[in-house]
Structures are given as structure tokens and as C-alpha cells.
Write a protein that binds this ligand. Structure first.
Ligand code: CU
Length: 166
């Protein structure tokens, strides 16, 4: 009886000791975030897209499960689909698989992060900290740079038919 209790006590001690392992030992992350960026927002704009390339350097598939940022109430993972000619954004409830040794691009009009409920406008030249959570790699931080509002790499200039209010 007392022996069993002693063993349990030892086991508990071991658990606590493991839990107290220094976290300063940096584990090399198994996913790399390349070129994270977003766009400056106009005052009153509550949402913004987030773009990046996620690279999985391991031989095992990983999965982006969720994301968060202090600048937004919520960060969702969206995909863009065409539905009878109408562009729609759909939350990815199960996250996004990052293939073994593969890379997944998050870009305008495709897979993207969606900052929902912005606390304040995002200014060009600022940076937005984002925490990405992966099934295997765990939490990975990324600093998104903020492009000017008009920035749209590889996109044509604004159509002349756009509405302008002066
Ligand atoms: Cu979206």
C-alpha cells in the first residue's frame, strides 16, 4: 500500500519535472512561413486578407488548424471558390493540409487568412503579428508586412469602370 503510494508520488514528481523542462531550448520549426503580407485597410474596414507561403520541411503531412492575431477578434482560414460566376469565400473548417515536403500558397482570390473584426485600421508600413497553429509543428509566429491599399502583386491596374467619389 505505502509502496504503491510512493510509486504514484514518484510518477507525479516525474511528470512535474518534465513539465518544467526549460522552454528556452529552441526547437527548429518544421514549417517555414515565407513572404507573409496583408494590405492596409481603410477606416471602418473590419476585415483584411492575409497571404503567405507555408513550407513543410518534413517528410510528414502537417495541417494548419487555426490562426490568431492581436489586431483582429478572429483570424479565419478561407478558400475562394467560384459559384456560378460569383466569387465566394468559405471558411476551411478542417484547416489546410500542408503536404510532406510541400508548399501551400495563400494568395488573393485563393486560399487566404481572413482577419475578422479588426480593432483598428492596419497602416501601410506597419507589421501584423500572427500566430499560426499547426497539427504537428505547433504554434508558429509570423510577422505580416503591410502593403499599401492598392498593392496587388501580379494583378492588373484598377479597371477604369471603378467608381470614384470625389
Ligand atoms: Cu476571406
Amino acid at each position: 500500500m505505502s509502496t504503491r503510494r510512493f510509486v504514484i508520488a514518484l510518477a507525479l514528481t516525474a511528470t512535474v519535472a518534465v513539465g518544467l523542462q526549460p522552454t528556452t531550448v529552441a526547437q527548429p520549426s518544421t514549417v517555414t512561413i515565407e513572404n507573409p503580407w496583408t494590405r492596409a485597410t481603410a477606416p471602418g474596414q473590419a476585415v483584411a486578407g492575409g497571404f503567405m507561403t507555408v513550407i513543410n520541411t518534413t517528410g510528414t503531412e502537417d495541417r494548419l488548424l487555426r490562426a490568431s492575431s492581436p489586431v483582429a477578434k478572429e483570424v479565419q482560414i478561407h478558400n475562394t471558390t467560384m459559384d456560378e460566376g460569383v466569387m465566394r469565400m468559405r471558411p476551411m473548417a478542417d484547416g489546410v493540409a500542408i503536404p510532406a515536403g510541400g508548399r501551400v500558397e495563400f494568395k488573393p482570390r485563393a486560399l487566404h487568412l481572413m482577419f475578422m473584426g479588426l480593432q483598428a485600421p492596419i497602416a501601410a508600413g506597419a507589421t501584423v503579428p500572427v500566430t499560426l497553429e499547426f497539427e504537428r509543428a505547433g504554434k508558429v509566429g509570423a510577422t505580416f508586412r503591410v502593403e499599401a491599399f492598392a498593392a496587388a502583386p501580379a494583378a492588373p491596374a484598377k479597371p477604369a469602370t471603378g467608381h470614384h467619389h470625389h
